[in-house]
Design a protein. Sequence first.
Length: 188
Amino acid sequence: MPEEIDEVEREESANTPILIKTYGEFWNPELVDWNNSWRLLGRRSRKGKDVNVYEERGVYVLYKDYVPVYVGKGDVTSIGYRLQGHRHSWRKGPRWDLFSWFGVVGLNDKDKLLRRKTGLRVTTDELIATLEALLIVAFEPRMNSRREKFKNAVRLYQSDTDRPADVVERLESIETKLEQLLRKSASA
């Protein structure tokens, strides 16, 4: 009987549209220039062109060491605006080190955000399938046997072209120190 239920769930989820149109998982806030407003950059592929999703609407999850610590929404204000506020917050800012976001607006064929729709009509099946998928992705429950996928959604990988200058300097400093250590160990 339980195997039959699992098979029915797989069929239902494969045939139900998901409301998520774009998403990014486990992005590093250190690679975002939070002082450069209105930019949250991702790419369709690791070497693709930058796509700005700052104005995307949807939900997001803040993590500390891959453990969810906060869930929020960007509806009236954008996901980028909400994340920027959390990053500058004295209370929440230092308490998260990764974030995932899930957008409902989507991209056009030129990789620009579509216009935000008002009065979106959603079926109960779409809403339930989307909620289930989001919860599985965000919390990765041990007993769920499948890794959820957002059918027809665009996954964006975090762009690193907008790194703040201090992050670039820290990375260069680390690389220099590493090279020095490697030279010392090679000569010893």
